[in-house]
Design a binder for this molecule. Sequence first.
Ligand SMILES: C[S@@+](CC[C@H](N)C(=O)[O-])C[C@H]1O[C@@H](n2cnc3c(N)ncnc32)[C@H](O)[C@@H]1O
Length: 385
Amino acid sequence: MSAARGGGAGASPAKKQKIGAPATAVPVAAKDVKLLHSARAGDCAAIKAAIKAGAQVTFQDHEGGVSALMAAAEGGHVEAVQVLLQYGAPWNSVDHRGLCAGQYAFAKNHQAVVDVLVNAGVQAEMLFRAIESKKSRESKASEDNRKYLQRGVSYEKDTLVDDDKRGVMMEWETPLMAAHAEIICQTKGDVLNVGFGMGIVDGYIQGHAPRSHTIIEAHPTVYKKMMAEGWGDKPGVRVVFGRWEDVIGDLGPFDGIFFDTFDDDFMAFHSHLPRILKKEGVYSFFNGIYPENVFFQGVACQLIEQELEGYGMVSQFITCNIDIDKNKDKQKQWDGVRFKYFMGEHYYLPIITHSEAAEAAEASGSAGSEAEAGAAVGQTPSATA
Ligand SMILES: C[S@@+](CC[C@H](N)C(=O)[O-])C[C@H]1O[C@@H](n2cnc3c(N)ncnc32)[C@H](O)[C@@H]1O
């Protein structure tokens, strides 16, 4: 769960289990069907009996890929969901439509079940992260990132793509980048952007006229382009060429930081925040984790929140509407792109601050709720692509 963009660096470590309809008809065991029915009815005793009799808690029906956990979640049966989880039902299995148990519960407004499943997802991911050592995760991310940096990239009309036809950046994200720039430039102080891409966020940062504007970029082609566009000569702008991992030690602290790289471990960047983010500073990052599944995205946001808490930071996520799927011109930007890194109608824009600053703001009555956090930066961003 570390790459916000790109397919590498464990972009799908939730070990999501997607099943398709079997190629040949497989006989269905009566005990599995019994488990499914018991889960649908929320009958905990019958669920336990079916499992003890040998029913598979991972069973998904052949027609739609519905699992016992999904059936219990859809019925709003909190206890049955808890029992199934205790017996090892995977929280992240998806049916033939790509929906997980959390989405079944969400669709029927069963908030208590949603909460249980989010919690199960966060616990499982934390365990997964603990087992997969920090070192091996970081070295995998680093390998993916180095590979990307050695690939060719090219600028098309509205996109930046790598030579594997993966979209690195797209013009439709412009309103999101404007919102991120607004968040991190509220003090008009010293601002850092990691990852230039198409320079969209940097254009907006310039519009806020901060005291200083540092940009870290590691890809030679991107760096060449930004220099040709005169970014190296702009007053107050400092361009640092290199991987952030290699140059961050000599930089900071900053009032505002935005992080948006590719095939990279953005969570590794977080360990630097206590030093590089000033006491009253604001940090944000491109939040493109699990774009294909809003429930997994919610779990990821919680996980990030918990991880940042460990660094003494508080996180808030502001909802921005995106209507790219309805906009035919913007949709065309995906033509020929192999990896669709964003889907859906909502974008959860992260606002991260030191907890002491958040507590002080709350005590003075200037922050607290999500809406107030938006107000503190001018207005709640409502980006419509
Ligand atoms: C998605 S683009 C950034 C888009 C940018 N936010 C914009 O508004 O156009 C990601 C950028 O990060 C750069 N990048 C990737 N890995 C990096 C690393 N380790 N250090 C610094 N830059 C990196 C890529 O070359 C690319 O230019």
